[in-house]
Each structure stands twice: as C-alpha cells, then as structure tokens.
Design a protein around this ligand. Structure first.
Ligand SMILES: CC(C)(COP(=O)(O)OP(=O)(O)OC[C@H]1O[C@@H](n2cnc3c(N)ncnc32)[C@H](O)[C@@H]1OP(=O)(O)O)[C@@H](O)C(=O)NCCC(=O)NCCS
Length: 201
C-alpha cells in the first residue's frame, strides 16, 4: 500500500483525495465490449481501448488542441502540425512491437481523443519505450497515471524487464507522475535538458 501523504493533522489529511494512481481502483473502471469505461472523480466519462486505424482524424484533431508546450513535451521538439503520414503511423501499429491505448470521449460525435499512451518494444533489450499524453483540460484527474499503469501492465504481460522513456527536465508534471509510480530518473550524458526515466518490471 502507498504510504499516506503527510500534510499535517489527521483531520486535514482525511480530506485529501486519494493519490492519482489509486483513483482508478476497479469500481471506477467498468469493462464493456468497446474497452473499459473510465469514470473520473469529477463525473466525466471516457472509454479506454486500444488504438485503431480509424482513429487518424481524432488524433489529428487532438493534436490541433495541444499547446506548443504539450507538443514539445510529448514529441521532444516543436511541431506546428501533425503530418497525415505520422498520424497514420501512430494509429496503424504493429501489435508485435507496439501497444497504444486511447481515452475516447464518446459523449460527442465524432468521439474525441483526450489521452493516449503507447509502448514501442525493443526486442533486443527486452524493454519498451513509452510515451503518454493527456489533453490539458483533462489533466490532474488521474488519467496520466491510469495510462501509465496500463502501459506497465501491458509491458509485464509481454514479459518485458524494463519500461523507459525520455522526459524533458522542465516537465515537472511528468517527472512527478513517474516518481509516484516508482520510476527512477537518470540524466542523459550530452543532453542536458533530458532525463531517461525507467521502471524495472
Ligand atoms: C504529464 C501528463 C501526462 C500528466 O497527465 P495527468 O493526467 O495530469 O496526470 P495525473 O492526473 O494522473 O497526475 C498524476 C500525478 O502526476 C503529478 N502531476 C501531474 N500534473 C502535474 C502538475 N501540473 N504539476 C505537478 N505535478 C503534476 C502529480 O503527482 C499527480 O498526482 P496528484 O494529482 O495526486 O498530485 C500530462 O500533463 C501531459 O500529457 N503533458 C504533455 C505531454 C507530456 O508531457 N508527456 C510526457 C512525455 S512522454
């Protein structure tokens, strides 16, 4: 069990919400034929499922809603647009080497993509590189932690021994999220602004 956070008196502590990586304990995740229905603590609903080739336009629309900072943090460099070929590549995955999970907002038509997490397997190293993204208006409600946990579970299911990723040192939200999930960070020699974070599985 994760130790309780020490924020002073017991009564104040009792009012804290659960840590984000505990918020999606099974009662909030309901399996449906389309994937898992995710009920957020603030009453919103999403469906988590594997990415599909039909998600290309939703991926493109999601990219247009991202801030330049989010784009840089996710792709590690600035990009003013997501080329169609790249959107296609992100949606048409090779299931042997990749897994990607999307959080779809099906309360509207067409459904909108609010978050995505993926792994890319390095067979030689028996490890996988991850990436994750949650749309700004949907952050701080545990979705990043949910996607990361899904990636950890999938990596373990594949028998991989390590899950790792590159994170910009200024990306405090991601570094904090990974720390909460037990990842450790190490500096990249020759790349001052980037950390490699990893979790032994
Ligand atoms: C980083 C990112 C995935 C976090 O997603 P999220 O849905 O907000 O994450 P969660 O709500 O699950 O937060 C989990 C924990 O991360 C930490 N965290 C998240 N956002 C934070 C912020 N803005 N400041 C400080 N800590 C933060 C907190 O410890 C949080 O737990 P808490 O809410 O109990 O305090 C999201 O901000 C994002 O997509 N950023 C742009 C893309 C990116 O940076 N990707 C990572 C590189 S691959």
């Amino acid at each position: 069990m994760t130790p309780a956070r020490d924020f002073g008196s017991h009564s104040r502590h009792a009012q804290l919400p659960p840590r984000s990586n505990e918020r999606f304990a099974s009662p909030r995740l309901v399996t449906s034929p389309n994937g898992k229905v995710v009920h957020t603590a603030d009453g919103r609903e999403l469906v988590m499922r594997s990415i599909e080739s039909g998600d290309i336009t939703a991926v493109q629309r999601c990219f247009k809603r991202l801030s330049p900072q989010d784009v840089r943090r996710r792709f590690m460099h600035a990009m003013s647009e997501l080329p169609l070929s790249m959107a296609q590549r992100l949606c048409r995955i090779d299931p042997e080497l990749e897994a990607a999970y999307v959080l779809m907002d099906e309360t509207m038509t067409p459904a909108e993509l609010r978050g995505v997490g993926r792994i890319f397997v390095d067979e030689a190293a028996n490890s996988a590189e991850f990436s994750v993204l949650v749309e700004r208006e949907w952050t701080r409600i545990g979705l990043g932690a949910l996607l990361m946990q899904q990636l950890v579970d999938e990596s373990r299911r594949r028998g991989l021994t390590e899950l790792w990723g590159y994170v910009l040192m200024e990306n405090r939200p991601m570094l904090q999220l990974c720390k909460e999930l037990g990842f450790v960070a190490k500096m990249m020699p020759g790349e001052a602004g980037t950390a490699q974070i990893s979790l032994k599985l």
